[in-house]
Design a protein around this ligand. Structure first.
Ligand code: CA
Length: 222
């Protein structure tokens, strides 16, 4: 069962959202501040976050930007003003969707469902045919054959495999796959992607499962 974290300071809105999400079979946790939300995320196993932009202790945008340094968890923003939408859409804060208040909690539940259908759950042990990940051995098999990846290539491909269809910028890839992202450069991602591609191609020449999005980044073909 997917667990959804709601970070929203207005209890009446949070109650409505919880009710709609639980009706769809989701498990929910409610936090009324950014600080409490961070703590909950730190405990692990959050599959999606419903995030209010106007929180008492931090704005949702900077919260999400910080979150993206360590987590790829999908985020649906709740905004109170329509002039905030431009920010949600325009800034590279890694939002997956947004809703403007007042909104229908049922519509929110439907969108959460759609996002979670695309994103795998936070639970480990991902297997995306024709890929098979062996976490302990740092190995990924492709059509049954070991790709012989370097540790960085392994992490990079794993990040993509865990989020099929999702476009990740070079910066997000660096944050998610590297231990010390500050020391690395965007070009490093390109170089490793190139190397992963040639290894994939050596096993299957026609199928290129990694898509390049000009000016944006990379994603795994769904
Ligand atoms: Ca608020």
């Amino acid at each position: 069962m997917a667990k959804i974290l709601i970070i929203e300071d207005e209890s009446s809105i949070a109650d409505n959202i919880r009710f709609a999400l639980e009706q769809e079979g989701f498990k929910t946790v409610w936090c009324s501040t950014a600080a409490a939300g961070s703590q909950e995320i730190g405990k692990g196993k959050v599959d999606l976050i419903v995030l209010d932009v106007g929180l008492p202790d931090q704005d949702g945008f900077s919260f999400c930007r910080n979150l993206r340094k360590t987590h790829g968890t999908p985020v649906i923003f709740l905004t109170a003003r329509s002039d905030e939408i431009d920010k949600v859409v325009g800034l590279e804060i890694g939002a997956d969707d947004y809703m403007v208040k007042p909104f229908s909690p049922r519509e929110l539940a439907a969108r959460a469902k759609a996002i979670l259908r695309r994103a795998p759950l936070a639970t480990p042990g991902v297997s995306q045919a024709p890929f098979e990940i062996n976490e302990a051995k740092y190995q990924i098999h492709y059509f049954g054959k070991n790709l012989n990846l370097s540790p960085y290539e392994f992490r990079l491909l794993k990040v993509l495999l865990e989020r099929p269809g999702r476009v990740l910028s070079r910066e997000q890839l660096l944050q998610l796959a590297w231990e010390e992202p500050e020391a690395s450069m965007d070009r490093t991602v390109d170089a490793h992607i190139k190397s992963i591609r040639s290894k994939l191609k050596a096993i299957n020449e026609v199928n290129d499962p990694i898509l390049t999005h000009r000016g944006l980044g990379y994603s795994l073909k769904e």
